[in-house]
Structures are given as C-alpha cells and as structure tokens.
Design a protein around this ligand. Structure first.
Ligand code: TTP
Ligand code: MG
Length: 360
C-alpha cells in the first residue's frame, strides 16, 4: 500500500466557540451549552462547555444540574443546533479545498487525505498550520489537527494538543505514540470493553498490541481482532470510503391500486421504520428526504425537502415524508406505488454522540 498522509481536524470547544464568537461579551467567562439549561436549573445534559468551564470539572454528557453545582456562575446557553450546523458547513467547505479525499465524521470533525499535496510529514505540519490560519481568518474559530499515516492515528492524535494544536505521528513513531496510552483511549473501545480488557490484564494499548491474537478473538470475536489491529496502529480504510452509499430507500407496490389513506400511511410508516433501522445500524445521519408516488396510469412524481439539521430520528422522517405525500393524496387517481428515500448522508464510526444530541 502506498504511504499516505492523513489529517484529522477537530474544532475546539465547538458549540461554545461559536456562541463566544456570536457574543463577544462571553469572552473569558465559563460557558456551558446544553439542552434545556434554564439558567442551570433545567433537566437537560451538557452538550459541551468552553475551556474555562472545564476547569470546574464540567464535561459533555453531564446533567445540567451537576454542572450548575460545580459552577453556579457559569453562563448556561441552550443548543442552537441550526447555527452550529451552518457554521460547520462553512468550515467543511474550507477544509475540502485542502484534500484529495475528504470525509466529514461529525459536526466538527473531518479527515483529509493530503498524500498528493505534501511530500513529507514535516511539510504536512506546515500545511496543517496553513489550514488552521485559513479556518481562523474565515470563521474566527480554532481547530486542532492530528497527522498520521492513517485515519485511526490521525484521529487519536488530534486531541493531544488542544486548543489550536498540531500533533504529528509519522509511521516510525506510531508504536511509541500508541502503546503507552490507556486501553480505553483506543478508538472503538468503550467502557465495557475496556473493563473486560483490564480484567485480562490489558491496561494499555501496547498490552493489547502484544496480546495473543487467538485469545482475543476467542473472547471478543472478529471485533476483537479488529481492535488488536487498531492497537498495532493498523487501519487501511480510505478517507471518504463510507461516502459511497449516497442514499437509503424503500418502495412499496400495493396489491391493488388504492386511495385508502390509512393503508398508504401504514405503508409509509413501515418504510420509514425500515430506513431508520438501517441508518441507525450504520451510524448514518440524513438531511434530505424524497418521496415517490406512482399513480395507476404509471405517471410518477417525486418530491423532496432538505432539513436544516441532519438527524436519524424516525419521527422527523415520518412527519416530513407524510407532509410530502399530502398533495398527491388529493389527486383523483388511485395510487399504485409509494417510495421513501433519505439522502445527503453523514457516515462515520464517530457518529453515535451526534445521534444523542440531535434527539435531545
Ligand atoms: P467534541 O469535538 O467532542 O467537543 P468540543 O469541540 O466541544 O471540544 P474539544 O475542543 O475538546 O474538541 O464535540 C463537538 C461538538 O459536538 C461539541 O461542541 C458539542 C457536541 N457534542 C454533544 O452535543 N454531546 C456530546 O456528548 C459531545 C461529546 C459533543
Ligand atoms: Mg471538537
């Protein structure tokens, strides 16, 4: 395999940074962004907080009430998801220009394959500085960058020197970088898996890298084998690989052409459920919904809308799909076939928390 140079870009304190940019009076103050904050008395959870607030021990996922206990003087702001996704779009447009291949992973993260743009890892560091400057000039936001020979290493490196940092891990430094890190730092290792590993005496990534492969596969199945490869710093997946899937769709032909609204609604609901099942199973968010109607005379119509915020929620898909169908139900003709499709997909292994906050 050719040698690659991959960047992972992660915006610093993203939601909070956008809020601070929009309201300069927040500068220097601890800021918490979360669902339903009610000045600290709400029942939601923290989406993120700025670095000032992190000094008090506040973290993403913590109940607002706990954040308030840690820092009653923090400024508590509601989540303005529409704004963050708009800014995210602006940032991603800038980043794309710098890459041969590009893959957005979440609202504030992306991988860039820059292999053809630079000749070495030293040059890659300069290139990353240029990206940081350009992003800052255009958006007034800072980001941190990880540079590595693959997506895994780049992603694990980008968090090392936050904010506004660059961490370079060339191929010959991969083991030195990975092996001392605690096992739960490995991409793909959650809390439960980490506990199982620790019970086997695997405390660091290096411990896993050196562990007997057969025993790992015995305990964890194929996924264990994959994790062991990650522990060794191996990840051959391409940037943008997961973008190949452009849409997920279903259609349904009625046994007899129909105008029965209840029957049509049932078919639409069923398709929506199926589509969401597939999206959730693959960690996919979507922002475009298209429906299709074929009348008994085979005349076929499609109608589409794009959401402001990507989602994976069944309710949102159902409601929008049904609204798109509404005008066609008024037609005097019978309906032969209906279809629903989602597109403008966001893929990614790092996706789960996006789903979490979108459904807050
Ligand atoms: P992160 O990149 O994990 O966090 P961050 O950008 O706020 O801070 P850092 O400088 O450490 O990168 O997540 C990006 C955004 O995603 C974050 O600003 C808010 C949102 N988010 C949630 O809504 N819930 C969560 O649990 C997490 C981790 C993030
Ligand atoms: Mg971030």
């Amino acid at each position: 395999m050719r040698e690659r140079i991959i960047l992972h870009v992660d915006m610093d304190q993203f939601f909070a940074a956008v809020e601070m940019r929009e309201n300069p009076a927040l500068a220097g103050k601890p800021v918490v962004v979360g669902a339903d904050p009610k000045g600290g008395r709400g029942r939601g959870v923290v989406s993120t907080c700025n670095y000032e607030a992190r000094k008090f021990g506040i973290r993403s996922g913590m109940p607002i009430s706990e954040a308030y206990r840690l820092c009653p003087n923090c400024v508590f702001l509601p989540v303005n998801a529409e704004l963050y996704w708009r800014v995210s779009g602006e940032v991603m447009e800038i980043l794309k220009e710098y890459a041969d291949r590009f893959e957005q992973i979440s609202v504030d993260e992306a991988w860039l394959d820059i292999s053809s743009r630079v000749g070495s890892f030293e040059e890659a560091e300069e290139y990353a500085k240029r990206i940081q400057r350009d992003v800052f000039e255009k958006t007034k936001l800072t980001c941190s960058v990880g540079i590595g020979p693959n997506k895994l290493i780049a992603k694990m490196a980008s968090g090392m020197k936050k904010p506004n940092g660059i961490t370079v891990v060339p191929p010959e430094k991969v083991h030195e970088f990975l092996y001392p890190l605690p096992i739960d730092n490995l991409w793909g290792v959650g809390k439960k898996t980490a506990e199982m590993f620790e019970r086997m005496g695997i405390k660091t990534i290096g411990d896993l890298a050196r562990y007997d492969a057969a025993r790992i596969v015995e305990e964890f199945g194929a996924w264990g084998g994959q994790l062991k490869l990650f522990a060794q710093g191996v990840d051959n997946s391409e940037v943008g690989e997961e973008y190949e899937r452009k849409s997920i769709g279903r259609h349904h032909t009625f046994e007899r052409d129909t105008k029965d609204e209840k029957m049509i609604k049932e078919a639409v609901d069923e398709m929506c459920k199926d589509i969401i099942g597939e999206a959730l199973a693959n960690g996919i968010l979507f922002s475009n919904i298209t429906i299709m109607v074929r009348f008994s005379d085979f005349e076929t119509h499609t109608s589409s809308r794009t959401l402001k915020i990507p989602t994976n929620e069944l309710q949102v898909l159902r409601k929008n799909a049904w609204e798109l169908f509404a005008p066609y139900l008024k037609d005097r003709r019978l309906i032969r076939l209906v279809g629903v499709r989602i597109a403008k997909l966001l893929h990614g292994k790092g996706q789960k928390r996006l789903g979490e906050w979108v459904s807050d």
